[in-house]
Ligand binder design. Structure first.
Ligand SMILES: Nc1ncnc2c1ncn2[C@@H]1O[C@H](COP(=O)(O)OP(=O)(O)OP(=O)(O)O)[C@@H](O)[C@H]1O
Ligand SMILES: [Mg+2]
Length: 238
């Protein structure tokens, strides 16, 4: 297991955002987290990557206890997240944005990592464009590219397909498969269930701060608790 999360609890005042959440991710796995709005998915990423300290619980990355470490230290160990709302520097070029990502961990080989990340994310043709000129899809690629440039081995992607049309999602799915092939481990939060069906190796379902199911997409999607949590939303049956 490359990432192991044990009994995480995180509260905000009276809100229990994470309640005793445990899961593990294998090396080079594509692990997907789904769940209704407000179920704690982004909070989970925030706690794993050190943006928030958990109230309880332990997080191991490559066997090392990283609980409560600052984000930059966790990034140096190879664990990096992207944001649900992309936040590039709008007046900088793609390449400059990615270089900043590269420099976030260490100066060593920063330019080389920048070039590799741009290529892996499929942005080579657009490296000199300003971030503000990019489409939503390319901004999402830029976000992935910035995370890759840090030298990350494990990427936590928060809803990379939100706002994309089917064709763009297909392209993004190929990009993610390419990342896996190049040795990356991917943990993905996603709402677009038909994309989850295509890409996930294992799925964990959250509801109201709790983990309510885990398994293959086909397994979790027929689970009664999952169907209840998604009541009123479109759910794709296997
Ligand atoms: N910084 C914060 N301060 C107070 N409450 C927070 C904070 N961050 C998250 N929460 C609360 O924790 C709960 C879980 O939120 P979170 O953003 O993790 O959900 P999510 O599953 O990512 O939802 P979405 O699908 O809408 O992105 C919500 O009730 C949210 O309001
Ligand atoms: Mg979220």
């Amino acid at each position: 297991m490359i990432l192991e999360v044990k009994n995480l609890r995180k509260t905000f005042g009276g809100v229990v955002a994470l309640n005793n959440v445990s899961f593990s991710v294998k090396n080079q796995e594509i692990f997907v987290i789904i769940g209704p709005n407000g179920s704690g998915k982004t909070t989970l990423f925030n706690v794993i990557t050190g943006f928030y300290k958990p109230d309880e619980g332990i997080i191991y990355y490559e066997g090392r206890n990283i609980t409560g470490l600052p984000t930059w230290k966790i990034a140096r160990l190879g664990l990096v997240r992207t944001f649900q709302n992309t936040k590039p520097f709008l007046n900088l070029t793609v390449k400059q944005n990615v270089l900043i990502g590269a420099l976030a961990t260490t100066k060593e080989n920063a330019l080389k990592r920048t070039q590799e990340a741009i290529e892996l994310a499929g942005l080579k043709q657009k490296e000199h464009r300003l971030a503000k000129e990019l489409s939503i899809q390319d901004r999402k690629k830029l976000e992935v590219s910035r995370a890759l440039a840090t030298g990350a081995k494990t990427l936590l992607l928060d809803e990379p397909f939100a706002g994309l049309i089917d064709e763009e999602i297909e392209e993004f799915l190929e990009l993610i498969k390419g990342l896996k092939k190049s040795g990356k481990t991917i943990v993905l939060i996603e709402h677009v269930l038909k994309a989850v069906k295509k890409i996930s190796e294992r799925v964990m379902v959250m509801d109201n701060g709790n983990k309510i199911a885990e398994g293959s997409y086909d397994e979790v999607i027929v689970n009664n608790k999952v169907r209840e949590a998604y009541l009123g939303e479109t759910i794709i049956t296997p």
